[in-house]
Write a protein that binds this ligand. Sequence first.
Ligand code: HEM
Length: 148
Amino acid sequence: MATTIEAPRTKPQRTASRFNLEKWGWIYMRASGVILVVLIFGHLFVNLVAGEGVKQVDFAFIAGKYANPFWQVWDCLMLWLALIHGTNGMRTITNDYVESARANRLIKAALLISCVLLLLLGTLVIFTFDPCPANGLAANLPSFCAAR
Ligand code: HEM
């Protein structure tokens, strides 16, 4: 018997809502992909090629980057776009291959929970990172902190 595969943007029949997740997911993968090319290659160039190259990457280098709002926004955008892109990609793969309705729901719930948790944690780290915490033990602080 011949099997017809639906076009990727086809709205599932059972959905009552007017919002077509498959269509917007399809568009999101391409739009975020284009922006991620710039963000990821910019990130790799600045960290591993420019200046002293890979040898420069240490605690002070990261502290220096996160003292600058430009890199905070750059990294935050990269985190959100890539995590949602990767999670949505895994959702597509799950829908393609996991036929058991229960396992399908379970895997997608785990994907959603881990995505939300990582977005929250990552965003918190980017915007609250302090290399020289006021109550830190002097012995544990990096050499560039005033308290040392
Ligand atoms: C250079 C940046 C990237 C570009 C241009 C890009 C582009 C794309 C595009 C266009 C798709 C859709 C493919 C399709 O529908 O057949 C896709 C799927 C996917 N992407 Fe990315 N992506 C990038 C980075 C990433 C990153 C960083 C991750 C992981 C966090 C990721 C994980 C995935 C996954 C899991 C899929 C689903 C694959 C599938 O359906 O077989 N991608 N990507």
